[in-house]
Design a protein around this ligand. Structure first.
Ligand code: ADP
Ligand code: MG
Ligand code: ZN
Length: 612
């Protein structure tokens, strides 16, 4: 890449200058070694036998004196004197025993001299200078060294090869991006009636939902080049580099219009400038440059800017005003249908057994995003290979789901007999509480095989259909299910363990949300006491109430939890027979599926009804 076509004249010029300077310096350096003397002085030196050798040139004599100790010539200081037409010179020199000669034109051809002093520098400069510049450039952030112009890390893909059909489950997002595709296809249709198209669209959503993929699909559908750069790729150590990258990016893109510029993770540069006392010059300059470029370019040429972020709330207001990223396309977590479609897209390349039911997998993966699902399909394929099969089966897929939720199975972890019993009763406690209540999700699987992510066993519930709303009773029953594990421990062993910490955390969170966000407590009614920040990331709740209210909320939460725990204990103590039998079965088999569980439960319940 060095020197590239554009840089070639510059390269030649700089090498010429350097070579020239070096030659001049050599000339002067060699000059300074000579001291001029008179001819008479020369004769005196000759008489005093102070001369070691003489070089007779046509216009001068170059004199090498003997060194102080009178033995060898010093090459440090030379004398010269003008050439006088002295016929006895040769005799005089000969008699004085001085070595003398006249320079013969060197046997070196002049071509070689030319090569050495003029061509060689080019070659050396090319070999070492290129390396030097490259390593310097790398250290100093890409373009900093390359003659003042930045080589922004711009990635152009002529064609992305991604189409809308590769993005599943984002129908609304695709719908709003179709217009942009159409615009890139035939801008005249829009400009003819005087419509201005949005310059930019902001893709907003949680990580892994397919924002980057969608942006590529827009370019792929429109068959235009795709310029992409990640927000953090702009910002470097040096102030001004980011801004020049933005300038470069837009300059390059405008040359290739129609095209798409995609800025991924734009929050890295687009963070709001307010409330930032320390400030960050580099980021601000980069942002300002971006704003200026967005205003400056003419969208009728067919350059569309897409950007993606999962923190829209931190973006600078200036970025979001009309004329910049005025369109917001939400790319949210996929629903049931969406998940099934995504699974289909990713299993196209994979050989699946014909009884694989992707809808069932979609049901079991509420809350998973596209990236998770793609990963699951691949994990399932890997498992099938590990098992020596040539097709992916449903149980591979389920195992992959569990691997991603709970980690890999740890078959070699040795639990004591007692621990195993305790975990089994705990899990069957959950399962029974779920089965004995009406509004809960059916049990899909119970296992006491430990997993790498910390669970010693777990009960997996699976909804029969995707739910978007939950009512208060359902939430309360769910809390009861969560607390039933601990309830079983207490009822059967009369001791409590650390195993319920995750259950407690989730139950508490649910109870708190009921009160502070869903308006489900009698005391506070419809008062909103918490709001969610960073909706697309961790979704941390932030309290907005007084300390006194906060203390009252805690009491209400405790109330709900206590009541639910009592209910769980009541449910289980009325079914101790089932609890014991199913737990023993689980200890024996380690994993039982939902239907097996229901069968045992039903047979026990039927017996009881017969007896009564
Ligand atoms: P984001 O940019 O939103 O964080 P990506 O677009 O990088 O997510 O998605 C990562 C990967 O996950 C994609 O390469 C793709 O394989 C898969 N993926 C994500 N969403 C979808 C989707 N809606 N349809 C198909 N595949 C998806
Ligand atoms: Mg992305
Ligand atoms: Zn539990």
């Amino acid at each position: 890449m060095f020197p590239n076509k554009k840089g070639l004249p510059k390269f030649i010029a700089s090498v010429l200058i350097i070579t020239f300077v070096i030659n001049i310096i050599t000339y002067f350096v060699s000059q300074t070694n000579y001291q001029k003397i008179d001819y008479s002085e020369f004769l005196t030196m000759l008489n005093n036998k102070k001369i070691d050798s003489v070089e007779i040139n046509s216009d001068r004599l170059v004199i090498t004196p003997k060194s102080e100790d009178g033995t060898s010539p010093t090459d440090k200081k030379l004398y010269y004197t003008g050439y006088l037409n002295d016929p006895q010179l040769v005799d005089k020199l000969y008699n004085a025993g001085v070595k003398f000669a006249t320079p013969v034109s060197s046997t070196q051809s002049p071509i070689i001299g030319f090569v050495v002093s003029w061509i060689l520098p080019f070659v050396l400069f090319y070999l070492f200078g290129g390396l030097l510049l490259k390593s310097l450039g790398k250290k100093m952030g890409g373009g900093a060294m390359s003659f003042g112009k930045s080589n922004a890390k711009v990635y152009v893909e002529k064609t992305t090869g991604v189409l809308f059909k590769d993005v599943a489950g984002q129908e609304e997002a695709k719908e709003s991006l179709k217009e942009i595709v159409d615009f890139l296809h035939s801008p005249e249709r829009y400009t003819k009636i005087g419509a201005k198209l949005p310059k930019g669209a902001l893709l907003v959503g949680p990580p892994g939902t397919g924002k980057t993929l969608l942006a590529k699909a827009v370019a792929g559908e429109a068959k235009v080049p795709f310029f992409s750069l990640s927000g953090s790729g702009f910002v470097e150590m040096f102030v001004g580099v980011g801004a020049s990258r933005v300038r470069d990016l837009f300059a390059q893109a405008e040359k290739q219009a129609p095209c798409i510029i995609f800025i991924d993770e734009i929050d890295a540069i687009g963070k709001s400038r307010e409330g930032n006392i320390s400030g960050n010059d580099e980021r601000e300059q980069t942002l300002n440059q971006l704003l200026a470029e967005m205003d400056g370019f003419d969208s009728s040429k067919g350059v569309v800017i897409l950007a993606a972020t999962n923190r829209p709330e931190v973006l600078d207001k200036a970025l979001l005003r009309p004329g910049r990223f005025d369109r917001r396309v939400i790319v949210d977590k996929p629903d049931l249908k969406g998940r099934e479609d995504i699974l289909k897209v990713h299993s196209k390349e994979i050989i699946m057994d014909e009884n694989v039911n992707l809808k069932e997998i979609a049901l079991a993966t509420a809350g998973a995003v596209g990236a998770d699902l793609a990963n699951m399909v691949n994990e399932a394929a890997l498992r099938a290979v590990r098992m020596g099969r040539d097709k992916v089966r449903q149980d591979d897929l389920f195992e992959a789901v569990e691997t991603i939720i709970a980690g890999k199975e740890k078959k070699d972890r040795l639990m004591t007999e007692n621990e195993k019993r305790l975990v089994a009763f705990h899990e069957v406690g959950h399962a029974l509480a779920s089965a004995l209540q009406k509004k809960t999700q059916p049990v899909h699987k119970i296992t006491i095989v430990p997993r790498t992510m910390g669970a010693l066993g777990y009960t997996m519930q699976m909804p029969e259909e995707e739910r978007y709303l939950m009512n208060k009773d359902e939430l309360l029953e769910q809390i009861t299910v969560l607390l039933a594990g601990r309830a079983a421990e207490e009822l059967v062993f009369n001791e409590i363990t650390t195993g319920a910490s995750n259950d407690i955390e989730r139950a508490t969170q649910l109870a708190r949300q009921m009160i502070t966000m869903y308006g489900m407590s009698e005391k506070f009614g419809m008062m909103g006491l918490e709001s969610i920040q960073n909706r697309y990331l961790d979704g941390r709740p932030v309290q907005n109430c007084s300390d006194a209210t906060s203390a009252e909320i805690d009491r209400e939460v405790m109330n709900i939890l206590n009541k639910s725990y009592e209910k769980a204990k009541d449910l289980l103590s009325a079914n101790m027979d089932a609890l014991g039998k199913i737990s023993s079965h689980l200890i024996f088999k380690e994993t039982i599926m939902g239907d097996e569980f229901m069968e045992i439960l039903n047979s026990i319940q039927n017996k009881e009804t017969v007896q009564v």
